[in-house]
Design a binder for this molecule. Sequence first.
Ligand code: SF4
Ligand code: SF4
Length: 396
Amino acid sequence: MSQTKWYKRGNKTNDVDQADYLNKEFQITEKFERFDQKNDIFNRAMWDETINPKKFFTSYDIANFAPKKSKGFDHWDFAFRNASWHLTDVVGEYKYESEGKVEGFTDYYSVQTAGSPSPLALESTTETTRRIKLAAGMFGSGMTGVCEIDNRWIYSHNYSRKTQQSTPLDLPKGMKYAIVMIIPQDHGLSKTYPAALSGASTGLGYGTGLHCANTLAQFITNLGFNAIASLNDTGLNIPLAIQAGLGEYGRHGLLITPIYGPNVRIAKVFTDIPLEIDQPINFGVKEFCNICQKCADNCPPRAIPKGEPQDTPPNFSSLSNIKKWTVDAKRCFKFWVGMNTDCAICIRVCPYNKDYTKWWNRVGIRLANGPLRKLMLKLDEIGKFGERVLPGKWWG
Ligand code: SF4
Ligand code: SF4
């Protein structure tokens, strides 16, 4: 299947200003302020006594963690999950002792080597963009889009988990574009959420994201331009991905892409190489979420809202003055802590979480974007698409 052909299924909005598109879609008010990284729930767990991570973080170091014997959470499962995270952790923490950095999560990467001292003369922005996207695809990106950097999504402060200090954050001058990459996660493994086993789907997604972002940044550096590789650090991925035309926002607070549904991670590269920007897309997600509450109904701690989008978040771990569905990060993380692994039931049960290499699923996503969306929801229920695959079965 041609990825490009499938991608075109989303209707491109016609030449709208990327920032203006989000203003209208999410009714962002003038009181909106950039998010302070310190308040991200994982960083909050480092300084806020009301967020007790217990053994959540230590479970990623099997030398200091004893798994239980239950299926999906036994020694095999934690060994596999932790291995999937290994390179992301080792590369990300190589400057932790010396500089207090967790690259990929609180700080952008610094593993690039020097590139060409003078920038290559570029003949055409269109051709440059095509080659950059081609390279990103070769490095592991499933979909790649470009937006102008909208400063609202860059964190106001950088937080050090080691020193617990916050410092104002601004990208180096001259950075103009974000190249946003969608990293597909393994569909079969993601069917086993929640389990330590399925945490490997997340870990593998981050590992590919690390590779994608750093190799693409090195490629651009080698051409003589500046580039910064980033995962969850530095700025919010979802609004940048929406601006870059890679998907829409779902009730579960995640990006829903037209090719992989919500079963993705996001990586990005900030750069000054001249590029053409993409347009946001619309393929009916908001309208579908309005008639579907599967994620909210299946979320064990009831962290996903059932009602209309709101501009006041459940707590300060989310953005204010922007009208959207917002997950209660505190409740969600508490559930993760109870299992010593991430959950993502909301990804598993989402009707957009399908294997789109199958033609009938491609028909389904078309149905979801039209008057037959209720039928699509019904078919999803009848087909039991969101059912969990037991970890023992996966290993089998
Ligand atoms: S990850 Fe799990 S706990 Fe968190 S919002 Fe999704 S379903 Fe709920
Ligand atoms: S499960 Fe339903 S309501 Fe939730 S994000 Fe997916 S489509 Fe939207």
